[in-house]
Ligand binder design. Sequence first.
Ligand SMILES: [Zn+2]
Length: 139
Amino acid sequence: MAVNTTTLIQRAREALLKAYAPYSKHPVGAALVADDGSLYAGCNIENAAYPLGHCAEATAIGSMVLAGNRHITHIVIVGPGEHACTPCGGCRQKIREFSGPEGVAITICNNDGDVLLETTIAELLPHAFGPDNVQETNR
Ligand SMILES: [Zn+2]
C-alpha cells in the first residue's frame, strides 16, 4: 500500500500539534513511510535540560525501529513559519542510517502544509558516513 505525500503531510501536521516545545516555541512534526508502506509520525519533545530534547524526525524513526522496520523511503517534516525546517545535522545522520537502497525523499512544509522544499538525504548529507563505512572496517 503506497502512502502518498498528501497523507504524510497531514500526519506530520497532526504530529506537530502534539509537540512538546515549551522552551523554543518551535513545534515540529514529522511523518515517514517505511519500505513496507507503514507510516510513522513523531514530534519534537524538549526538556528543561535542553540537550536532552528529541527532534521530530528522531521520534518518528524510533517508532519505526520499534515496529521492526529499517528503511525509510520518504519523510515529511512540518515546522512553523516560512523558513524551511530542514533536518538538523544529527537528524540527517539518523535518516541516512535508515536509508534504503533507493535513498530517502524529504519534503519540508510549513504549518499550512504548503511544500517549501523537496530534496533527498543524498542532497542534504553528501558523501555521508553510513553503515557501509563501518562494515568495511569489520571485514
Ligand atoms: Zn534534528
